[in-house]
Design a protein around this ligand. Structure first.
Ligand SMILES: Cc1cc2nc3c(=O)[nH]c(=O)nc-3n(C[C@H](O)[C@H](O)[C@H](O)COP(=O)(O)OP(=O)(O)OC[C@H]3O[C@@H](n4cnc5c(N)ncnc54)[C@H](O)[C@@H]3O)c2cc1C
Length: 478
């Protein structure tokens, strides 16, 4: 029998979790495991934007883009087929099937039921009416002792005339046909994925970035390599393009008017997708009624225990505006629920967070960029090109590199940056090595399987260890 946490005299603590994305599902599960009487209420379905609008649909479309790329290699390996025909509506049917499968099989619905969590799906937007009471658009009236806000984020609308003529990444996923041309504004993680996917599907894509480089949070070499590969594949990449003045309708789509250094210019396409900023989805929550403070982008302010300015309200996931990724949302959900039920016991420290994008080429990172590492220490940088490793030559995937950054003083790995096939998988290995506090010579000694993509890390680590004059007995570079 699981124990019930008592709040006051003989009363079970009641917890309401708002939003059923990765953060909310984990928070509800954890609060119930700890004995709280838990309710999970969400506007739409279990899974949140992670299942319906973010990684799951994007990864499915990126997989289709990869399959298209792979058909181009068939001749090289002696396989002769006729040119593939691409049916976008059939692909979208596959996306819906995948989303449904993920909801059915990959979400812990049974665990929530077994733990006695009351789940209200399709409740519409929920809002506070007083510090301990909520009402939903569907008419629910709910009360609790503690609340965990997991309402996630949403695309920001820009205050420029004609903005209503533009689309978001979500609209792009639900088009009925591939547009012949597309403007993508914003070259962060979402913008580059939209650009890369629709380029593979045959759209003529023009990417616009206000900053001097795309993917500004990536290592400089990664930004440069992805931009070069995009250009080589036919995407027009416009860095430092200026600022948007307006959008206007044209007979065949939309025109973006922008200006730079006093000079006005424009670009036209069948569709304009704007992916410039992510804000918290807090506008409808009436946080003031609960005494919860948010910043100007709506992100809820939290302390290291994920407690908000209201003592009885915690927050987890994208709504806090920290690292906006699924694994972090899940960690947050666990920590926020533990702290809500048991008192502030779990502190969020710095996490090793591998990040990547499923573009063509893929890119990924963990830890410090070379520039950041050089600001704080004597960094040793080793680079292995994809075209000097066996597996990439076998697969005909020789474009890319793996950059490993090591601290000369401690010999510990500070970061890793990869561009090329399976980049995201490769950095997972480095993330584990970093989390375990391994020195670079420890990594060099691990006989990683041959011939694999991750195997190139052995070579990068061996080179770093050699530069550092470390003994790597037992390891031979292959
Ligand atoms: C295009 C795209 C691609 C991405 N790719 C990746 C990736 O590859 N890997 C990765 O780790 N992350 C990725 N992300 C980020 C990831 O989706 C988010 O970090 C994650 O979904 C955050 O989880 P969450 O639980 O905080 O919020 P969400 O998943 O956004 O869930 C929040 C839920 O709360 C509900 N809600 C909001 N307001 C209310 C209200 N007032 N009342 C009731 N319910 C409400 C929403 O409807 C939603 O169901 C991507 C995001 C996007 C947009």
């Amino acid at each position: 029998m699981r124990s019930r946490i008592e709040e006051g005299e003989n009363r079970v603590m009641e917890v309401i979790v708002i939003g059923a994305g990765p953060a909310g599902v984990m928070a509800a599960r954890r609060a119930a495991e700890l004995g709280a009487k838990t309710t999970l209420v969400t506007r739409d379905e279990l899974g949140g934007s992670a299942a319906s609008d973010g990684p799951v649909p994007v990864r499915t479309l990126a997989h289709a883009a990869r399959l298209i790329r792979e058909t181009r290699q068939l001749g090289q390996y002696g396989i002769v087929v006729s040119a593939p025909l691409f049916d976008y509506s059939q692909l979208l049917a596959r996306v819906r099937e995948v989303v449904d499968d993920v909801r059915t099989h990959a979400l812990p619905r049974e665990d929530l039921d077994r733990l006695g969590v009351t789940v209200h799906e399709h409740a519409g937007s929920v809002r506070f009416v007083d510090p301990h009471a909520l009402e939903s658009e569907s008419g629910l009236q709910l009360r609790a002792d503690k609340f965990i806000l997991c309402a996630g984020g949403t695309s920001r609308r820009l205050p420029v005339p004609g903005f209503e003529l533009t689309a978001t990444h979500s609209d792009a996923w639900s088009l009925t046909a591939v547009p012949p041309s597309m403007l993508v504004v914003g070259a962060g993680a979402t913008g580059v994925q939209v650009a890369s996917i629709f380029n593979a599907f045959g759209s003529r894509v023009r990417l616009f970035q206000a900053a001097p480089r795309i993917l500004t949070t990536e290592d400089d070499d990664v930004s440069a390599a992805v931009a070069a590969a995009f250009r080589a594949s036919g995407i027009e990449v416009n860095e430092s393009f200026g600022s948007i003045e307006s959008f206007e309708r044209t007979p065949s789509g939309v025109r973006m008017i922008f200006s730079k250094d006093g000079t006005r210019d424009s670009a036209e396409a069948a569709l304009a997708v704007v992916a410039v900023c992510w804000v918290a989805d807090t506008a409808g929550l009436n946080l003031a009624a609960a005494g919860v403070e948010a910043d100007r982008r709506g992100y809820v302010r939290v302390d290291p225990h994920l407690q908000t300015s209201a003592e009885h309200v915690f927050a987890a996931g994208d709504i806090t505006g920290r690292l906006m990724l699924v694994p972090q949302a899940v960690h947050d959900g666990f920590a926020a629920a533990t702290n809500a039920v048991r008192g502030a016991t779990v502190t969020l420290g710095d996490q090793i967070s591998p990040i990547g994008g499923f573009t063509d080429p893929e890119y990924a990172q963990v830890g410090l960029t070379e520039a950041k590492a050089r600001e704080t220490c004597d960094a040793v940088v080793t680079l292995v090109r994809f075209d000097e490793t066996t597996r990439t030559i076998i697969d005909g995937r020789t474009a890319g590199f793996c950059k490993l950054i090591t601290d000369r003083a401690t010999c510990r790995i500070l970061g890793c940056h990869v561009v090329g096939d399976r980049a995201v998988e490769i950095v997972q290995v480095v993330a584990i090595a970093m989390a375990a506090g391994m020195r670079v010579d420890d990594l060099a000694r691990v006989p990683l399987s041959f011939p694999t993509y991750a195997g190139m890390l052995g070579r990068a680590a061996y080179r770093a260890a050699s530069q550092l004059n470390l003994d790597v007995s037992g390891r031979r570079e292959h």
